[in-house]
Design a protein around this ligand. Structure first.
Ligand code: FAD
Ligand code: SIN
Length: 533
């Protein structure tokens, strides 16, 4: 058993930013960061386009960024939170730069600014087309210098510990559910250990792996959301899954797909259908730079109409110099699969990309469970509403990491460790006879979610999905009760919970708004509501 004042689950931008701030505030206290994979294997590392932040006050303004965010969010953003993130963003970016992150500059020293869908101005700072890699690098370097932060790798957090583990009956209606720490599967010895903490931050990232094709790496299995749901905390707006319009299409694609950043369209890339038509002008006056929900739906519709598995992104009018200056990584990737962007168009298709909903928090990142904060993609702060504006995610993670830290550092004095937490009980379990059952169930859930709960939904499909998920849940719970724990089993269990929450949210929402489009209710409802599960 370990004890720590500050426990952080996740080593992406949200977890590391918070850990650095807390560790600098309390140089004499240890901050423990747990991560289930290598430290840098995060959604953060794969971010391409950059960070949306207002820094050119001559041509841009907070008001414009706020307005763009609200328009993309389609009526469901919390305006107060939007203002907080947009206005506090520049200070957080400055801090990241002080920690060593490098963003591309013009010859005169100003930051180069990119543009993506839904933005009325060029405001996206970036490091070529590998912005997330650079941010993660800078954060890990800064953490390495901070001697009171310990990163424990390859440890899978199974559940947060609450009164439930002390034998109390906990329901959604129980007031003051409290987090005392977590149970963790240590991959070195395959033992479950308990870690007691005064304050815990969940920064567990997204859940793209619940779909067959996603831009997210394999760690994105929605663990934090599933843990909070099991602990009877509040989860909201899970139906708003953002599909990125342009993942690189490769025949038979499944698992993690390579992203072609929206910044390529910001620099002039044009979407074309099978017949070479620049079809976006038929769908939206903003054409290729309409918000992501509109572009992804338009592509989906063109693919269905023309019977193809992808559309094309045309960059043939770029010079090689211009393209490689901003997008060297994409250029190399395309070449590696035989696409020369000067001559060939890039085949692209939508892929699951970002979870706009998640663990419901207030404007300080506090979840509905006491002493439990949530930050980054696993949280639902109210910023994104029904559709996230491109490149607002890294910004949100930084702003909320700061806000969580501001509140968390004042909490440890009054709270103490709960010494009565029992050890994990593994009695009655044995080695699984067939791991293949887990792999097959994973394929099934990804299939069900992709076929029935994708970009376009309807009630019959959602009911089908729910029935299939019920069965998968029942079978997986039997495995969970009877076999010794493994990472694939725990992730599968969490993915089924996440899938269930997405379907439930989608089924409750009797309208089409933002990323949720249901052909049985094609219009927006008068009632503007968050769906809390
Ligand atoms: P992550 O960076 O995903 O980190 C999650 C961490 O939690 C990992 O360390 C993981 O190991 C750990 N973890 C999860 N579950 C457990 C568990 N059970 N036990 C222990 N550890 C656990 N956003 C932008 O704003 N701009 C962009 O340009 C941009 N481009 C993107 C491109 C791609 C390809 C992708 C996938 C996303 C992009 N996004 C972008 C979104 C953005 O990158 C993510 O939303 C953001 O990085 C999430 O950060 P995070 O810290 O919340 O989670
Ligand atoms: C991209 O670079 O297109 C992704 C940006 C984002 O997800 O915000």
């Amino acid at each position: 058993m370990q004890k720590t004042d500050f426990l952080v689950i996740g080593s992406g931008i949200a977890g590391l930013t918070y850990a650095l701030k807390v560790a600098q505030y309390y140089p004499d206290k240890k901050v423990l960061v747990m991560t289930k994979a290598a430290a840098d294997e995060t959604n953060t590392k794969y971010a391409q386009g950059g960070v949306a932040v207002v820094n050119d006050m001559e041509n841009d303004s907070f008001e414009k960024h706020i307005e763009d965010t609200l328009i993309a969010g389609d009526g469901l953003c919390n305006r107060n939170v939007v203002e907080i993130v947009v206005k506090e963003g520049p200070d957080r970016v400055r801090e990241l730069i002080e920690w060593g992150a490098r963003f591309d500059k013009e010859k005169d020293g100003d930051y180069k600014l990119g543009k993506e869908g839904g933005h009325s101005e060029f405001r996206i700072i970036h490091h070529k087309d590998i912005t997330g890699w650079e941010m993660e690098r800078a954060l890990l370097d800064a953490v390495a210098k901070q001697t009171n932060i310990e990163i424990v790798k390859h440890c899978f957090v199974i559940d947060i510990i609450t009164q439930h583990h002390l034998g109390y009956l906990i329901t959604k209606a129980t007031p003051d559910i409290e987090c005392y720490g977590v149970y963790v599967l240590n991959s070195k010895n395959n033992q479950v250990e308990k870690i007691l903490a005064k304050v815990t931050l969940l920064a567990t990232g997204g859940n793209g792996q619940v779909y067959r094709t996603t831009t997210n790496p394999s760690i994105a299995t929605g663990d934090g959301v599933a843990m909070v749901y099991r602990a009877k905390g509040r989860i909201e707006n899970m139906e708003f899954i953002q599909f990125h319009p342009t993942a690189l299409y490769e025949p038979g694609m499944k698992g993690q797909a390579f992203l072609i950043t929206e910044a390529v369209r910001g620099d002039g890339g044009i979407l074309r259908n099978k017949n070479g038509e620049a079809f976006m002008e038929r769908y939206d006056a903003r054409k290729d730079l309409a918000p992501r929900d509109i572009v992804a739906r338009a592509i989906d519709s063109e693919m269905k109409r023309t019977g193809t598995e992808h559309v094309w992104l045309d960059c043939r009018h770029f010079t090689k110099e211009k393209f490689t200056e901003h997008f060297p990584n994409i250029y190399e990737k395309c070449l590696s699969v035989g696409i020369d962007i000067a001559k060939d168009m890039i085949p692209v298709a939508p892929a699951a990309h970002y979870s706009c909903g998640g663990i419901k928090t207030d404007e300080w990142g506090r979840s509905s469970i006491k002493n439990l904060f949530a930050c980054g993609e696993c949280s639902s702060t109210g910023l994104h509403g029904a559709n996230r504006l491109a490149s607002n995610s890294l910004l949100e993670a930084m702003v909320f990491a700061h806000r969580c830290y501001t509140d968390a550092v004042n909490r440890t004095g009054s709270s103490s460790f709960n010494e009565n937490i029992p050890d994990w009980n593994a009695k009655g379990t044995s080695e699984p006879k067939e791991m293949i059952l887990i792999t097959q169930s994973l394929k099934e859930i990804q299939q069900v979610m992709s076929d029935y709960v994708g970009i376009v939904r309807n009630d019959v499909r959602l009911q089908r999905a729910l029935r299939r998920l019920d069965l998968l849940w029942e079978e997986t719970e039997q495995l969970y009760e009877s076999t010794s724990l493994s990472l694939p089993l725990l992730e599968l269990r969490n993915l089924i919970t996440v899938g269930y929450l997405v379907v439930k949210g989608a089924a409750f929402r009797k309208e089409s708004r933002g990323l949720h489009f249901n052909t049985d209710y094609p219009n927006k409802s008068e009632l503007v509501q968050n769906i809390v599960l």
